[in-house]
Write a protein that binds this ligand. Structure first.
Ligand code: AMP
Length: 397
């Protein structure tokens, strides 16, 4: 693979695929979290500081029928400019005469943001001819969109083929892969994986892959109750995927055969309805009364999980322990987050999977107290499921 760090960007227009799919505040319409923009900054600065210009290519939301103002990247252009500390030009299309005219005239040090690449259905279809059009914007191609690396879309995969000698991974993409590999390929033992979130079905593949690597697997969140039900427990009105009961049994069996410890939350904070102001009660997780649903792990489970985490040398965390968006059910996720931070302080390497786990760590102001917070939710999950990410493969081909 061509090295981004040693590539000569002098007088070159770098077409950079970024993931600027950032959230907007519903009332002000302003960017409410600019983490993804800031994450691309080292790559963009490197190109500009080395005499190149930048053409930014990104998706934004999921437009279905062509251009729509609510999906336009025009809404974030001033934020990109603020983060970069440089003027950012905007083209209100990602192809077309005007956009090509603007990229053609870029001078070293200049930045152009193209509008949402998903305004064309050819993007998600991975259309080669569309990618060829996009390729005209740059002399080289840099993919820094780890968050979109699991998508075989035109701008994340096909585009690379038009730059056989000038395609590379940006600094964010490199950091993401490096940190993921530290856990996937070079984990120091004991290696503990924390898997949470709503559904077993979303996490089966990652748990199966972790059965080949981890020493401990902590399971929390809504998905834990299907495991308790599979073991014959009473889970009241807690989340349960009946069609996954067999899967849970198989996972428990396989873990036992391999000597991997699966830690389920022994108690639960249960609610009488799914609401922030519901009545709550602590139950053993396998004895939850009818009408009550487990929405967080209980104090005994938190203490047990903390114990395991403090003895770990490598930690991977994907998925919250409960409905952490509601204060009444955030405690388990918070305690686990603090335990991960403490283990990190004691020398463990901790990787926080994107999405909800990253949001939780941010909510508890612990992002700087863990080793690495990934910007990729689905991409990181697929990496840990053992899948090849098309975005990465296209750079190596
Ligand atoms: P996921 O996207 O699968 O990682 O799931 C994250 C979502 O799971 C969050 O929005 C949580 O509120 C939700 N969640 C976590 N624990 C529970 C639970 N015990 N019952 C219902 N939802 C939960």
């Amino acid at each position: 693979m061509i090295s981004f760090q040693s590539y000569d960007f002098q007088n070159k227009r770098a077409l950079v695929r970024v993931d600027f799919n950032v959230p907007l505040d519903k009332t002000t319409g302003l960017v409410s979290d600019d983490k993804r923009i800031r994450a691309a900054l080292p790559t963009l600065r490197h190109i500009l500081d080395n005499g190149g210009s930048v053409v930014l290519l990104s998706h934004f939301g999921r437009p279905k029928n062509g251009p729509e103002a609510i999906f336009s990247l025009a809404q974030i252009c001033s934020k990109v400019s603020e983060v970069l500390g440089a003027q950012v030009l905007f083209a209100n299309d990602c192809i077309g005469d005007e956009a090509f005219g603007m990229s053609k005239n870029l001078q070293p040090g200049m930045v152009l943001l193209l509008d949402n690449v998903r305004f064309y259905k050819e993007e998600t279809a991975g259309d080669l001819a569309f990618a060829q059009k996009l390729a005209a914007h740059g002399d080289c191609y840099v993919n820094d969109a780890f968050g979109a690396a699991h998508r075989a879309h035109a701008s994340t995969t096909q585009l690379a083929s038009f730059f056989p000698n000038d395609k590379m991974a940006g600094l964010l993409m490199q950091a993401e892969i490096e940190n993921a590999q530290k856990v996937m390929l070079q984990a120091q033992k004991p290696f503990t994986a924390i898997v949470g979130g709503a559904k077993v079905s979303d996490k089966v593949l990652i748990v199966e892959n972790l059965l080949e690597r981890a020493d401990h697997i902590i399971i929390g969140g809504g998905m834990a109750y299907t495991f308790f039900k599979a073991m014959g427990g009473q889970i009241g009105a807690s989340l349960c995927e009946e069609e996954r009961l067999e899967t849970c049994k198989e996972i428990l069996e396989r873990a036992k055969d391999k000597g991997i410890q699966i830690h389920l939350p022994i108690d639960a904070v249960a609610a009488d309805r799914f609401a922030a102001d519901a009545n709550t009660q602590i139950f053993d997780s396998d004895c939850i009364e009818d009408g009550w649903m487990g929405l967080d792990i209980g104090p005994k489970a938190s203490a047990a999980f903390q114990n395991v985490l403090l003895q770990s040398k490598t930690i991977l965390w994907n998925g919250p322990m409960g409905v952490f968006e509601m204060p009444a059910f955030e405690n388990g996720t918070k305690e686990v987050a603090f335990a991960v931070a403490k283990a990190t302080k004691n020398g463990a390497f901790s990787l926080i999977g994107g999405g909800d786990s990253a949001a939780a760590v941010q909510q508890f102001e612990l992002s700087s107290k863990v080793s690495y917070v990934s910007t990729g939710g689905g991409a990181l999950l697929e990496y840990f499921e053992g899948k090849t990410l098309p975005g990465m493969a296209a750079l190596a081909a």
